[in-house]
Design a protein around this ligand. Structure first.
Ligand SMILES: [Zn+2]
Length: 112
């Protein structure tokens, strides 16, 4: 899907950008970002859970926010962001994309 294609491209640039829910919540996710990563872009399980109803996902991020938005848009994502460092980047999803995001939950993944 468009969202994961964009995150994959950023990952290839060295950004920490997992293409599935990362940890249960914002604070656990932030704490778990690998220390050698200066930039990150992720959504947590609460966002994955709400994605199906809201048809969007909110990405927490650190780094070049505008570059992340530009990359998301390059892959065809509809993005809502006001340019503020403290604002999450919201990506609007189609029903199929929202279903896919909501289908893979943090607890289901094997990170052992
Ligand atoms: Zn948590």
């Amino acid at each position: 899907m468009r969202l994961y294609e964009a995150m994959k491209e950023l990952e290839d640039e060295g950004v920490f950008a997992p293409q599935s829910a990362f940890w249960c919540c914002m604070s656990c996710g932030n704490a778990a970002v690998p220390k050698d990563k200066e930039e990150c872009l992720f959504f947590h399980d609460q966002d994955a859970e709400s994605a199906f109803m809201s048809r969007s996902v909110h990405l927490a991020w650190t780094g070049r926010g505008q570059h992340f938005v530009d990359t998301l848009k390059k892959h065809g994502c509809e993005v809502v962001w006001n340019g503020s460092e403290s604002q999450k980047i919201e990506v609007l999803l189609t029903e199929d994309e929202a279903t896919a995001v909501a289908a893979i939950r943090w607890d289901d993944q094997d990170y052992g």
